[in-house]
Write a protein that binds this ligand. Structure first.
Ligand code: PMP
Length: 375
């Protein structure tokens, strides 16, 4: 490709797409190791499972690949029937109420495709997952950000922000990147205030980390609020982030609409096999939850001892308040610990750290204390 005709490059791209911010994911271990010449890098930047995934997943994938040359040559089951039926039994909902997607991010994005265009509105909370305003604005719709209160979704303000032009509301529970939780009654209040023409996406990517006593009966709400979409993922507690499996629970009419806009084979065959094996190993999930609880206790004990502030978390990460968060994140990188500075969320004095194994947490804490008070 040459550099001629530069003035026309990208001219076909709509102006509102060119104006979108770029979603920047956490850096990989490999790129950090290369840049800083490190032999060991601990990645605590993308809320992945530090235990990896269930050992059953490897066995299931090996078995699938043992089918010989056809294992990869055939297109996958576009409806992921076996996985959808397993999820149906797991959640006690009919399979017709489940849509499978390439990670929950695809579902989140497709919900905007179903509802938004130039002239209407999507609503989301300040300090909520960065992908929401991108999906809204990509459709030419107005992205209405509702001010958070104490770093949390403010349900009253969200209800007030909904107008007759609002077609989509994103809620995140627990919320990324703050780890805060929405009370079940607040979720219902928002659903009650949303009109029948407003789709409400309840993003529960981190729900497996939330204390069961604080969990809403979100799936039960789908029967009562037909405009509700629950977004779930195998990327976090099930440890399958690289395979990209997400799903939604919703009324069959919305599943049908998703099927019309979703790229046909968005969940590949290996991902389907892996998710089936992961779902069957609930003992692994419980181990993950226990490790996460212990990790939060370990990290917050140390932060408290050193008088460092944090936002109480209900997820597998923690937002920590620091004077010069971006500089601390850079010093942590140099020490081989990758965390996420939260300036993209305008939380300039925070970093977000994924809860790791006990050893990873210890190494992070040691590096943090040095980074906060550089010699
Ligand atoms: N929702 C939230 C709140 C997230 O933090 C993420 C991942 N960062 C996602 C959805 C998307 O995850 P995935 O596509 O891997 O399911």
């Amino acid at each position: 490709m040459n550099a001629l005709n530069r003035s026309s490059q990208g001219a076909a791209v709509q102006a509102h797409i060119r104006a979108l911010p770029l979603y920047v994911p956490g850096r990989s271990e490999q790129s950090v190791a290369r840049e800083y010449g490190l032999s060991r890098v601990i990645k605590l930047a993308s809320n992945e499972n530090p235990l990896g995934c269930s050992p059953e997943v490897g066995k299931a994938l090996a078995e699938h690949l043992a089918h010989g040359q056809t294992a990869l040559a055939r297109y996958p089951d576009s409806e992921a029937s076996e996985l959808r039926h397993a999820l149906s039994r797991h959640h006690g909902v009919p399979p017709e109420c489940i849509a499978m997607t390439n990670g929950s991010h695809e579902l989140i994005d497709l919900c905007a495709a179903l509802t938004l265009h130039d002239g209407n509105e999507g609503v989301y909370s300040q300090y909520a997952f960065q992908a929401y305003p991108i999906s809204i604005r990509a459709r030419g719709a107005a992205a209405i950000q509702v001010a958070a209160r104490d770093f949390r979704h403010d349900p009253d303000a969200i209800c007030r922000a909904m107008t007759k032009s609002t077609r989509l509301v994103y809620l995140c529970n627990p919320n990324n990147p703050t780890g805060t939780v929405l009370r079940p009654e607040d979720i219902e209040r928002i659903l009650g205030a949303a009109g029948p023409h407003t789709l409400v996406v309840l993003d529960e990517a981190y729900i497996d980390y939330l204390d069961p006593a604080l969990r809403p009966d979100s799936i039960g709400l789908v029967a009562r609020y037909p405009q509700l979409v629950i977004a779930r993922t195998f990327s976090k507690a099930y440890g399958l982030a690289s395979l990209r499996v997400g799903y939604g629970i919703m009324q069959p009419e919305i599943v049908d609409a998703i099927a019309r806009v979703r790229p046909t084979f968005s969940v590949n065959a290996l991902a389907q096999r892996a998710a089936l094996a992961a779902l069957a190993d609930q003992a692994f999930l419980q181990g993950t939850q226990a490790l996460n609880r212990a990790g939060i206790a370990q990290i917050t004990r140390s932060l408290q001892r050193h008088r460092i502030e944090w936002i109480p978390t209900h997820a597998n990460f923690i937002a920590i308040r620091l004077n010069d968060a971006a500089a601390v994140a850079e010093r942590l990188l140099q020490a081989g610990v990758v965390v996420r500075p939260l300036s993209a969320y305008e939380l300039h004095d925070f970093i977000r750290v994924t809860i790791g194994t006990e050893e990873e947490n210890e190494l992070f804490l040691r590096a943090l204390l040095q980074a906060v008070e550089p010699a």
